[in-house]
Design a protein around this ligand. Structure first.
Ligand code: NAD
Ligand code: UDX
Length: 476
């Protein structure tokens, strides 16, 4: 490899981060061949699908980018050995969920997939290879990766003459806006101390990102910055959600408060939307990881501080079913409740840690019959997340039942209430005057995203509860 020149990239992990990131690299670096590998055969088959195209992840704008590069300089394969052995640079973009069992269960990240990737690289790489941490990792994980790689480098029988450099290059994209986030990042962060490797990676980014936006730090700062950025963003959501409850109690309006507060340029307008609690695969996991780290270093007060962000989030998720039950005369057993939106936010089919999961489970626990609609989430995913086999429910008097619907109209038929849990665009222009005709009266809307046409719904005759708003103007 010539100085700073990368010809072949391999990315381990074809998920929500690996595929969009590598697609953008392929799009802006036509001179580089990029191979995305995964152990999940059906995921790779789906990324290779043609007629019909059936990509496993919905992300606005991604399909066109992939189709313009696929099988030219962007490839999807399960042939991990070959892809690693040919690569000059390897991104590790595998999942790092919270550990379910053992030491650190419920807090620490499970690094078994990262370790497996490092071992695969150690075994198959040839010559000089730059290894880039793309996954979000606990601080000092690079040490573990280096240890695995350098042990193989130092083996006496290192016939393939392998040497490695390890960099941290965390990804800041958000789902639903990943393509735009990748094309116009606020910053690109590269942590490491090998100047040659840092230059090689920044040269790739420079094909579409201005040099001033490419920040270089030491590797531990880079790893910690990623956890910190997510912790700060989640903290803002818990802050605004805590204020939403005060608004409901006092007659203040959360939209007005968020706007007034956000106009202070030191605070800013972003991430001040009250809602049903943050979801997604990152925020909770990364804060838990930070808490684990704090406890490890005996920083118990700092750990407690961040625990609070998660506690408020859990509280926000749990108070919504209670509000629904209270408004429906204290009883929802046997009542039909429509759920609009199951994804953790709009413009994604991802349901990981979606607040909809807990809210639906609580409503089922109260005996409600749910009809659920989401424009992008696959039906099997909802069934997997709710984890309740419909056939078992018939024998259980205390549990509600659920069905998955193909339209908003199906959800509304015979319902007592509609609960909006994801801010999908199509929910903002529902013809409420038509929908109410299909529902039982009094008909309710519980809008946890403040995304409906309030006046239209009010005129149609609905009772409406919205998060962070006073419900009865006479109470003010
Ligand atoms: P994901 O589960 O969608 O994808 C990970 C993929 O890695 C899976 O398809 C899995 O099969 C594959 N994999 C696991 N071990 C492998 C191995 N040894 N060899 C080959 N493939 C393997 O996860 P994701 O959402 O893409 O997240 C990946 C990482 O990026 C996580 O650390 C996450 O915290 C971080 N991150 C995620 C987001 C996001 O919005 N999802 C944003 C920024 C950072
Ligand atoms: C997040 C970070 O934004 C991103 O930088 C990081 O790389 C990965 O984690 P993501 O989880 O995909 O991205 O989506 P995000 O837009 O951050 O939303 C997370 C959750 O917070 C969603 O449930 C969303 O509905 C909620 N949210 C977001 C709010 O409730 N209010 C807001 O103002 C913003």
């Amino acid at each position: 490899m010539k100085k700073g020149e990368i010809k072949k990239i391999c990315c381990i992990g074809a998920g929500y981060v690996g595929t969009p990131t590598m697609s953008i690299f392929a799009y802006y670096c036509p001179h580089v061949d990029i191979v995305v590998v995964d152990i999940n055969k059906s995921r790779i088959e789906a990324w290779n699908s043609t007629e019909p195209i059936d990509f496993p992840i919905f992300e606005p704008g991604l399909e066109n980018i992939i189709l313009s590069c696929r099988n030219k300089n962007l490839f999807f394969t399960t042939d991990i050995e070959k892809s690693i052995s040919e690569a000059d640079m390897i991104f590790i973009s595998v999942n790092t969920p919270t550990k379910k069992r053992g030491i650190g269960a419920g807090k620490a990240s499970d690094l078994k997939w990262v370790e497996a990737s490092a071992r695969q690289i150690a075994e198959y790489a040839r010559g000089y290879t730059i290894v880039v941490e793309k996954s979000t990792l606990p601080v000092r994980t690079a040490k573990t990766i280096e240890k695995i790689l350098f042990d193989s480098q130092n083996k006496e029988n290192n016939k393939k003459n392998k040497t490695f450099s390890v960099l941290s290059n965390p990804e800041f994209l958000a789902e639903g806006s990943a393509v735009d986030d990748l094309q116009n990042p606020d910053r690109v962060l590269i942590g490491g101390n090998d100047e040659f490797a840092i230059e090689a990676l920044s040269n790739l980014y420079k094909n579409w990102v201005a040099n001033e936006k490419i920040i270089r730090t030491n590797i531990w700062s880079s790893e910690l910055s990623k956890l910190t950025a997510n912790a700060f963003l989640a903290q803002r959501i818990s802050s605004i959600n805590s204020i939403s409850a005060i608004c409901e109690a006092t007659g203040a309006d959360i939209k007005q408060v968020a706007n007034a507060v956000g106009l202070d340029s030191r605070i800013g307008q972003e991430f001040l939307r009250a809602g049903p609690g943050f979801g997604g695969s990152c925020f909770q996991k990364d804060i838990l990881n930070l808490i684990y780290l704090c406890n490890f270093y005996k920083l118990y007060d700092v750990a407690n501080y961040w625990e609070g962000v998660i506690e408020i989030n859990n509280w926000q998720k749990s108070r919504i079913p209670r509000i629904i039950v209270n408004n429906l005369f204290g009883n929802i057993s046997g009542k039909k409740i429509g759920i609009l939106g199951f994804a953790f936010k709009a413009n994604t089919n991802d349901t990981r840690e979606s607040p909809s999961i807990n809210i639906c489970k609580d409503l089922l626990e109260e005996g409600a019959n749910l009809s659920i609609y989401d424009p992008k989430v696959e039906h099997f995913k909802i069934e997997e997340d709710l984890g309740i086999r419909k056939k078992d429910l018939n024998n259980n008097d205390y549990y509600g039942n659920y069905q998955i619907c193909k339209s908003i109209l199906d959800v509304a038929l015979g319902s007592d209430a509609l609960v909006i849990l994801t801010e999908w665009e199509e929910f903002s222009d529902i013809l409420w005057e038509e929908l109410i005709l299909k529902m039982r009266k009094p008909a309710w809307i519980f809008d946890t995203r403040i995304c409906i046409d309030f006046n239209r719904a009010k005129e149609a005759g609905f009772n409406i509860w919205q998060i962070g708003k006073i419900q009865n103007k006479n109470d003010i």
